[in-house]
Ligand binder design. Structure first.
Ligand code: SAM
Ligand code: SF4
Length: 331
């Protein structure tokens, strides 16, 4: 890479390279996970304010030019956005974008997995907090266990790999299932990611937090695991079995944050670019895109936005600060 090309890349005030964009394609969801979207929530964005696929393609092409090469599609529940394979195919064709992944609750994945894979989707992260039907119903507000499992099977069969399972660990709710989930993931060759609850919105704040550091040490001994780095691992720290077939990651924003290595920003469905999950710095790209801005103007706006990226979140010090729920930002 030449020095001109390097200086074109995005970096923030703290010297962090920004090469990863999360795109929320909807703030709606068919589930109501207790730590995420409040029951009866109706503060959804008007469809007229959603970035359409042309707008997303145009904006992400500029991010691609600036060195953002990884894109994760999320929400809300992204599979509720009509025509998602078309969006994936458009992003897959963009210069610079070499990795497209999806975070999903998988309830609709059995119908879409093959089309998404054909469109260029590489891999999936699936939310699954329990292996017990009634518990899943209690956590998500819907009896959806079979739908999730059939989505998972379809995703694996379609060749979306690796499949990662996101388990939000809640004290007294599902922390007795960590070992079962580890064995389930081991036997299905899924990567397990254990997540600490973040105080986002009232739902996140009232969820019972569990420190995952002791869990990590216990799993290390119980399953004979060693420290590992896995590609695309993001802020998770991983442990791996000696044969390399089982990997478990720990996303510990509260007990041990990794803000110093943060490489990402998040675009919400209405075109707001959020610089940090746990802070309010943001920039509006919908108005800019709809004002007929040129590519150069979009590039300057992206650079100005990245300048706003804060050093770190303050989930621990100021747990009441973020009133946005996770589904609104795009987790
Ligand atoms: N609906 C999709 C899903 O559930 O995977 C994608 C969006 S969801 C907001 C993305 C991730 O955020 C999920 O893994 C979910 O468990 C996680 N999440 C939501 N609220 C959270 C919270 N308060 N703390 C930690 N993780 C949270
Ligand atoms: Fe929906 Fe995902 Fe939030 Fe659950 S975590 S309510 S599936 S957006």
């Amino acid at each position: 890479m030449t020095s001109d090309q390097t200086s074109a890349l995005l970096a923030d005030r703290f010297g962090r390279r920004i090469d990863y964009l999360r795109i929320s394609v909807t703030d709606r969801c068919d589930l109501r996970c207790s730590y995420c979207m409040p029951k009866g929530f109706c503060g959804f964005e008007e469809p007229a304010n959603w970035l359409n696929f042309d707008e997303l393609e145009r904006l992400i092409a500029v991010f691609g030019k600036l060195g953002v090469h990884r894109v994760r599609i999320t929400g809300g529940e992204p599979l509720l956005r009509r025509g998602l394979p078309d969006l994936v195919a458009r992003l897959h064709r963009l210069e610079g974008i070499d990795d497209i992944s999806l975070s999903t609750n998988a309830t609709q994945l059995d119908r879409q997995a093959i089309d998404l894979k054909a469109a260029g989707l590489s891999r999936i992260n699936v939310s699954l907090d329990s292996l017990r039907r009634e518990r899943i119903a209690r956590i998500t507000g819907r009896d959806c266990y079979d739908r999730i499992l059939s989505g998972l099977t379809a995703g694996k069969r379609a060749g979306l790999a690796p499949v990662k399972i996101n388990m939000v660990v809640m004290r007294g709710v599902n922390d007795d299932e960590i070992d079962d989930m580890a064995m389930f993931c081991q036997s299905n060759e899924f990567v397990l990611r254990l997540i600490e609850t973040m105080p986002m919105g009232k739902t996140g704040r009232t969820t019972r937090y569990l420190d995952l550091q002791p869990v990590r040490e216990r799993l290390r001994r119980r399953f004979d695991l060693v420290d590992a780095l896995i590609p695309g691992g993001g802020p998770a720290r991983y442990l791996r079995s000696s044969d390399g077939r089982f990997n478990v990651g720990f996303i510990t924003p509260i007990s041990q944050h990794f803000c110093e290595a943060c490489n990402r920003v998040r675009l919400s469905v209405d075109g707001t670019l959020y610089m940090c999950l746990g802070q309010d710095e943001k920039s509006d790209f919908r108005s800019l895109l709809r004002s007929g801005a040129s590519g150069d103007q979009i590039e300057s706006a992206i650079r100005a936005a990245i300048e706003l990226k804060p050093e770190r979140h303050e989930f621990r010090e100021l747990p009441g600060k973020i009133i946005r729920v996770m589904s609104a930002t795009g987790g």
